[in-house]
Design a protein around this ligand. Structure first.
Ligand code: YXS
Length: 258
């Protein structure tokens, strides 16, 4: 489901499941986490995540919806495979760059926010979609958006679930740069190769400090339990099941707030 390649000290991992628009299934996430582990063992300094092109021009359709649990379980719990992948990216001991051609949906948008640098072309767009499906998004995920965006921009993304286009994404800082489509891979690789010429330990430790400082908002146990209680109401709701059912039946969901 993925392709991997190494160029010097740069690892490239490419999402490659066109039939399901690179939706982040457990199987694909497993392969991705394994690729990161093997890059780490080989002391790869920078990882680029990209996607093989598909007819729908989708970089990734997000969480693999048929795998969202319907048995009264948290759909985005700490050990959900996608959550494990996001932490793997954030804890990788070198920068992870996302190279984006096409649209990015749901959990894949969180993956972009969890990467260190993003570079896109004019086709890229970004939508965070829990409100389309009835998913109680988790606190760590919301934190990834707050760390990257202004609060009002993050709220607009979550409340409308609409794609943010390339120009707006550059303006808001979802991506660092928008470049011409035919320059995208070369531009990204040049940046990655340049980073590999700099001091490895310095970069590794700075990245870890960014991660710690971005997460430094302390939550009391009481507040954390309140958040979990609020979210439980959502995954136990009729709307959550309706969102998944509607996707499977290829129709618009009918939400009632129950
Ligand atoms: O019917 P077949 O077997 O050909 O499969 C279709 C789709 O069912 C499948 N597919 C997916 N399968 C599992 N999980 C997905 N997320 C997913 N998305 C698509 O791929 C085949 C081709 O899709 P199709 O026919 O709809 O392609 P299209 O070109 O007409 O439309 C492309 C999209 C991206 C606009 C459309 O596929 C779409 O809206 N997909 C869902 C995007 C989305 O809302 N993703 C969020 C997933 S849930 C998630 O990530 C979090 C839990 S949350 O929402 O909370 O952030």
């Amino acid at each position: 489901m993925i392709k991997t390649e190494i160029q010097g000290k740069v690892g490239i991992v490419s999402l490659n499941h066109p039939e399901k628009l690179n939706a982040l299934s457990q199987a694909m996430v497993h392969d991705l986490v394994e690729a990161f582990e093997s890059f780490k063992a080989e002391k790869i300094r920078v990882v680029i995540i990209t996607a093989e092109p598909n007819e729908s021009n989708v970089w990734s359709a997000g969480h693999y919806i048929p795998e969202l649990p319907e048995n009264h379980e948290d759909p985005l719990g700490y050990y959900d495979p996608l959550e494990v992948l996001l932490r793997t990216i954030q804890r990788y001991p070198g920068p992870v760059i996302t190279q984006v051609h096409g649209s990015v949906w749901g959990g894949a948008c969180d993956l972009i926010m969890s990467s260190d640098i993003s570079i896109g072309d004019s086709t890229c767009s970004f939508a965070i979609t829990p409100a389309k499906i009835g998913v109680p998004y988790n606190a760590s995920g919301i934190g990834h958006f707050i760390a990257r965006l202004d609060l009002n921009q993050a709220k607009e993304m979550f409340f409308t679930a609409r794609p943010v286009d390339a120009a707006m994404a550059e303006n808001w800082g979802i991506v660092n740069h928008i470049v011409e489509g035919d320059q995208l891979a070369a531009y990204t690789m040049e940046m990655a190769q340049h980073i590999t010429t700099l001091a490895p330990l310095s970069i590794e430790v700075i990245k870890e400090q960014f991660r710690i400082l971005a997460n430094s908002q302390a939550l009391s146990a009481d507040v954390f339990e309140k958040i979990e209680g609020l979210r439980t109401r959502v995954w136990e709701s009729k709307d959550y099941h309706e969102g998944i059912k509607a996707f499977n039946e290829k129709r618009k969901p009918h939400f009632t707030g129950e």
